[in-house]
Design a binder for this molecule. Structure first.
Ligand SMILES: [Zn+2]
Length: 475
């Protein structure tokens, strides 16, 4: 029997606000333990939470970007559980009335677009962090700096069918929250965390199979690998006549497998109820419009504009708009070079290879857009060849010098003067009589050998078109 996977993702995104969700404490990373705390986030009795308006703004921004309805009334709830890093004994979250609902996101996998529903986006506070056995110390400690740091939970519909689509969904979501500047999207540091629900069902069936919940996936690659593992594991179970049990499983990066963490019978009963300390949140039309006015151009819109305005292939436009930084780099460079496809080729090739596609590396890349534009201009004018440009690019990357300076210092100006090239051509012909005979006997492929020799003798500086022309004339 053929099975298909039914996957839904729950993504926690840490919001980039300066202060926590219910108090004025700083959200800055890296302070000494328990330095960014106050009676509210320490969970002292008798204190009252006050909602940070910026958290609501950020969540509305995200909701609008993901085509959600923004509910005019939403409510905070207490999610009760006991854990040492949760001093109040409950987490303030949203439950039956979240801020955003019924949205969607478009993903593109191998040229096929798919629409993935967004069930809801709600706001909640983060918990603290337990520290065990550091540096051989047998004691355990609790650091509450992170307690009350604002999170957004983005829950998708079970519309995802393959691990590859799940990874594409995560990438798109990360791109959008980064465009919106509401979350830094750093999965390794935990600012974007992902849990997945996955079940299998026979192809064509409509009811859902028993699902497993996967946790602990801290990169796109791990999301994809963990889901691939689960598809295989569940398929094998069903094919052998067994059944999948509902449980929570952890992804073990080192062993490349998922492991059972707890079963359904141990599942938490959170006993949600409305938080009596927080009044229902009312968001009127004017507030939503105000936030709408601050939305930037988002990846999908930018990609479409790149295709129409710059006449770029869809694939190029998709790559270039994956991050705001890269899109800005392209536009800045092209403003000067006025040659979109050439600029795109250099960015997608040499630049992205050097920067590994990382946004921070693009921002701090020694080759600034104006330098790349200048170099492209030099190729256009015939000052340097496309081949020499590769050397110039590598040197710009290494030294941060402008292409003009590099070309002058290293004497890389292309030789276009035919007289100078003729001299080299004649020398090469004279030095290789055997190949000359082969060529004259009709073996035209030998021409490539001669071009290579001339280019080598000129240290790559001879104009290739002129070399070809002059060789043919003299052979
Ligand atoms: Zn505080």
């Amino acid at each position: 029997m053929e099975y298909e996977a039914v996957i839904g993702l729950e993504v926690h995104a840490q919001l980039k606000t300066k202060s926590k969700i219910f108090c004025g404490c700083s959200t800055a990373f890296g302070a000494d333990p328990n330095h960014h705390t106050c009676p509210v986030c320490l969970g002292m009795p008798g204190v009252l939470p006050v909602l940070n308006r910026e958290v609501v703004n950020y969540t509305i921004r995200t909701g609008l970007a993901l085509n959600c309805t923004i509910n005019s009334v939403s409510r905070f709830a207490r999610k009760n559980y006991f854990y040492p890093d949760l001093p109040k004994g409950y987490q303030i979250s949203q439950y039956e009335l979240p801020l955003c609902e019924h949205g969607h996101l478009i993903i593109d996998v191998n040229g096929t677009e798919r629409r993935i529903g967004i069930t809801r986006i709600h706001m909640e506070e983060d918990a603290g962090k337990n520290i065990h056995g550091e540096k051989g110390d047998p004691s355990s400690y609790v650091d509450l700096n992170r307690t009350g740091v604002p999170l957004m939970e983005i829950v998708s519909e079970p519309d995802i069918r393959t691990p590859e689509e799940a990874a594409a969904y995560m990438r798109k979501l990360r791109s959008i929250v980064r465009y919106l500047d509401v979350c830094d999207g750093n999965m390794e540091e935990g600012s974007l965390r992902c849990d997945a629900n996955i079940s299998l069902r026979p192809v064509g069936a409509t009811e859902l199979g028993v699902k497993a919940e996967l946790k602990n996936m801290n990169s796109f690659r791990n999301v994809q690998k963990a889901l691939e593992y689960e598809v295989k594991r569940q398929t094998r179970l069903l094919e052998e006549g067994g059944s999948v049990i509902q449980e929570t499983r952890l992804w073990d990066t080192d062993r490349g497998m998922t492991l059972s963490m707890r079963g359904k019978e141990e599942a938490h009963d959170y006993r949600y109820f409305p938080d009596p300390d927080l009044v229902p949140l009312q968001v009127d039309h004017a507030w939503i419009e105000e936030v709408k006015g601050t939305l930037p151009e988002l990846p999908d819109a930018k990609r479409e504009r790149f295709v129409t305005e710059y006449d770029l292939p869809r694939y190029d436009a998709e790559v270039l708009t994956a991050s705001r930084e890269l899109a800005a780099y392209f536009e800045e460079c092209n403003k000067r070079a006025q040659s979109p496809k050439v600029v795109s080729n250099w960015i997608m090739g040499d630049l992205l290879r050097e920067c590994k596609g990382d946004e921070q590396e693009i921002l701090s890349c020694p080759v600034r857009p104006e330098m790349l534009a200048e170099m492209i201009g030099m190729i256009g004018k015939g000052t340097i060849s496309g081949k020499i440009a590769k050397t110039v690019f590598a040197e710009m990357m290494r030294s941060g010098k402008s292409p003009g300076v590099i070309v002058k210092e290293k004497n890389l100006v292309q030789i276009t003067d035919e007289g100078e090239i003729v001299k080299i051509v004649e020398e090469v012909i004279a030095a290789n009589p055997a190949q000359v005979d082969q060529f004259r006997a009709g073996k035209e492929k030998v021409l490539g050998f001669f071009v290579g020799q001339v280019m080598k003798a000129s240290r790559g500086k001879a104009n290739p078109a002129a070399v070809n022309k002059l060789l043919k004339e003299r052979l």
